[in-house]
Design a protein. Structure first.
Length: 301
């Protein structure tokens, strides 16, 4: 290979050379013998070629050295960075979940009333549903429900094309229109009267009543304080059992951010038609607000 390269660099005839293996120790002697067989007028070109080869070799050596230095420098500094990042986090910690509970009576109720009408034509079903719903809304307002406490939460029109035995003829198809509103009742003593008034006005569906706290922010703060105290007590108990001491707080987060309300809500459906008797009995009961916090403490050294 070397003889071929040299022949390309130095054009002209050259005596035939026997093929033999070039070893590192015999390279200089072999190259010197080859040069003696070249014409003397090619010497300047050979010198220029040798200088170019030498320059390329030097550039390659510099690049290899720079890459080796960069790799060595990275490996030397990487463990130091990792050690510094890990040094800020305690390796010995105690993690607990504290729970805070607050029980209180609700101050508002939310009820969902619906009017559902089925007629042979869409127009008839829609008109009658609208008439009945207007009467229900008027009855709610007469019970002291503010307009901004009434919100439409559902409206649908459905064609009943199937009967007990299969598809119905077109002249037997009924169209069912349903309109639902959610009402906020702020006077809990009047919940039964509101329900009775809505039913008497034509509401034939009551999907549920839910008791709530209108503004739970103060209760949530109280429950959080209770959860922190509970977490501290749990951490101290674990530390005592394992023979260590509780240090400072490392991290804290809410497990249940919005809390939870537990109450005896009910849902019922009321068919068409009225009914006598007294006021519908409603018992608000109590609500329980629960907050949970996950707290991590360092173990004191």
């Amino acid at each position: 290979m070397l003889a071929t390269v040299a022949g390309w660099l130095i054009p002209g005839e050259r005596p035939p050379l026997r093929a033999r293996q070039v070893t590192p120790t015999g390279f200089g002697r072999y190259f010197e013998t080859m040069l003696k067989h070249q014409r003397k007028d090619n010497t300047p070109m050979l010198q220029r070629s040798l200088r170019a080869i030498t320059a390329l070799a030097l550039v390659g050596a510099v690049l290899v050295g720079a890459l080796a230095f960069s790799a060595a420098n990275w490996w030397a500094t990487a463990p130091v960075v990792s050690a510094q990042a890990a040094a800020g986090t305690p390796s010995r910690t105690i993690t607990v979940v504290g729970q805070g509970k607050v029980r209180i009576q609700p101050d508002v109720a939310r009820a969902n009333f619906g009017v559902e009408v089925a007629r042979p034509s869409v127009r008839d079903a829609l008109d009658e549903n609208q008439t009945v719903m207007d009467e229900v809304l008027a009855a709610l307002e007469a019970q002291g429900i503010a307009e901004n406490d009434i919100q439409t939460t559902g409206f649908s029109i459905y064609a009943e094309r199937f009967g007990p035995t299969g598809p119905l003829p077109e002249d037997q198809v009924n169209y069912r229109v349903s309109n639902n509103v959610t009402v906020v009742i702020r006077d809990l003593d009047n919940v039964g009267n509101v329900i009775d008034a809505a039913v008497e006005a034509g509401a034939n569906n009551i999907y549920g009543i839910e008791f709530r706290i209108d503004d739970p922010s103060a209760l949530e703060s109280e429950a959080r304080r209770s959860a922190v105290e509970d977490a501290e007590a749990r951490a101290e108990e674990l530390a005592e059992l394992t023979g260590v001491s509780v240090g400072e707080v490392v991290s804290i987060s809410e497990v249940i951010a919005s809390g939870g309300y537990l109450a005896s809500n009910f849902a019922q459906q009321i068919g068409l038609g009225g009914g006598g008797g007294g006021v519908t009995p409603i018992s608000p009961g109590e609500l329980e607000l629960i907050m949970q916090l996950q707290v991590t403490y360092a173990i004191a050294q």
